[in-house]
Design a binder for this molecule. Structure first.
Ligand code: SAH
Length: 467
């Protein structure tokens, strides 16, 4: 991951003074998760370029137990995009490498601090989450930058695989060095969905300090703050309040209220889904239940108070999710008798596993869309041929409903990790085929409010063995 800053200011070698980095030296800084190398690939009075090369060590990241990205698959902690993209690590490196310049200081040529220089910044690579290119433009263009984006293919050898979410970003602007660095410091992590540090109130301090003089007037202020503080409403609210001290808060409050409402709606759908699944499992008369891809244990929490269930087991491929489930369900604080009813274990749905045998019912809630299509057959055999519970309750999104979400582009899926999303017809065809192959009867249900011609946001199949 490399960030380059060039200037054609005359003499361009002033960049060395401004950034307090000697053009003839190659320097290396130690970061908590790797190294940052600083060097000048070109230096002349006409044009000078400084490079900041980040060398992130994913093993270090795992050891430090930081937020690791790559959710949802077992090696995600080791195999992820962190070493290759501009992320919040870049901000850490920028502030460490150029702290004086960022604070508006220039020891040897203080008169340069106020000078606006023609800058060109190239960042390879930057991830663009949903909204991608539009979001990048919305963040930089209001500050006066000319934005050039080159989107990269997933693999140049296989152009048919299509485009990735990764871009090379080129920014051009005439601006002071302090302004440039503070914009980059705040806006790079704003684009990053996987932040590596815990968000605490001290992050607000950094944001306000670096955003001084420009953030308050930025039209995307709310979005920047929310994304920078990883969508934590209470912290964003606090930051906005402090930023606009003395200003009318009503407008912002309305906007935040609307977001909270949106979030609530989202929760309600998942709550509804979990409730419906729990009902179906109860109705089946099951005593031993299995939650496959249990995540943080939301369904298990619903099932626990029901005495009907003598044993509740949760399996997930992600150790991190299982740890979360253990914590959220407060397993450690349970009485020995309660503890005996619940088991959490790591495993994958696409491998035959004896631990899955002998259950009356299994739930598979919003999981199959995370499996690669070519592993679906394996999953069907693992569950319906080998584990063979009497009842299976399975849910998956209804792809037709995506048009109802204004945050999704037409061909976007609801989650970055979804490998497919099915229409009602596709789901019904799949479920019917599974039923016929493994001798289950199938009943299909909508989840959430139905819209004409589109259906409900999510869909559920209840499979019953035999008859
Ligand atoms: N059922 C939960 C979580 C849904 S998110 C709920 O409704 O709240 C999907 C979950 O499936 C994630 O926790 C992910 O780790 C898990 N998962 C993905 N692939 C899996 C696999 N092959 N085997 C087991 N779990 C898997």
């Amino acid at each position: 991951m490399i960030l380059q800053i060039s200037t054609t200011h005359n003499p361009a070698t002033d960049l060395g003074y401004l950034l307090h980095k000697h053009p003839d030296k190659f320097q290396t800084l130690e970061l908590s998760v790797g190294k940052a190398h600083i060097f000048y690939p070109e230096k002349s009075e006409a044009k000078t370029t400084i490079s900041l090369l980040l060398d992130i060590d994913p093993i270090d990241m795992v050891r430090g137990a930081r937020n690791l990205g790559g959710d949802g698959f077992a090696l995600g902690q080791y195999v992820n995009d962190r070493p290759y993209v501009a992320s919040s690590f870049m901000s850490v490196a920028l502030s460490k490498a150029f702290s004086s310049a960022m604070n508006g200081k220039c020891k040897d040529k203080p008169e340069l601090v106020e000078v606006k220089l023609p800058f060109e910044v190239t960042i390879a690579i930057i991830p663009a989450p949903k909204g991608g290119e539009i979001l990048i433009r919305k963040l930089f263009e209001p500050l006066g930058y000319q934005v050039d984006l080159t989107r990269h293919q997933l693999d140049t050898k296989f152009p048919e695989w299509g485009e990735s979410k990764y871009y090379t970003l080129k920014l051009t602007h005439t601006i002071t060095t302090k302004e440039l660095l503070s914009h980059l410091y705040v806006l790079i992590p704003t684009l990053d969905n996987d932040k590596h540090y815990f968000v605490s109130e001290s992050e607000i301090e950094k944001l306000l300090q670096k955003g001084e003089g420009w953030l308050n007037d930025h039209p995307e202020k709310e979005q920047i703050i929310r994304r920078y503080l990883i969508n934590l409403n209470s912290l964003s609210r606090l930051a906005l309040k402090r930023l606009s001290e003395g200003e009318e808060m009503d407008e912002i409050d309305d906007e935040l209220a609307e977001q909270t409402e949106k979030q609530k709606r989202k929760e309600t759908l998942h709550d509804k889904r979990i409730k419906l699944v729990a009902e179906k499992i109860l109705e089946s008369g099951a005593e031993r239940v299995l939650d496959l891809g249990c995540g943080e244990g939301k369904l298990i929490r619903q099932l626990l108070p029901k005495k009907q269930f003598s044993e509740i087991a949760g399996m997930d491929v992600s150790y991190r999710e299982l740890m979360k489930a253990k914590e959220r369900l407060r397993v450690e604080e349970m009485s020995p008798k309660q503890k005996e009813r619940i088991t959490l274990f790591q495993g994958s749905l696409t491998y035959k596993d004896q631990r899955l045998e002998g259950f009356d019912a299994a739930a598979v809630v919003e999981v199959i869309e995370h499996l690669d299509v070519n592993r679906l057959k394996a999953f069907e055999r693992v569950l319906f041929e080998f584990a063979k519970p009497k009842t299976v309750v399975l849910t998956t999104p209804n792809q037709e409903f995506n048009v109802m979400w204004d945050t999704l582009d037409a061909d976007d899926m609801r989650h970055d990790d979804h490998r497919f999303e099915w229409t009602r017809e596709e789901f019904s065809a799949w479920a019917t085929n599974v039923g016929e192959t493994y001798n289950y009867t199938v009943a299909l249900f909508p989840i959430g409010d139905e819209v004409e011609n589109i259906g409900a946001p999510s869909q559920m199949a209840v499979f019953t063995y035999g008859n």
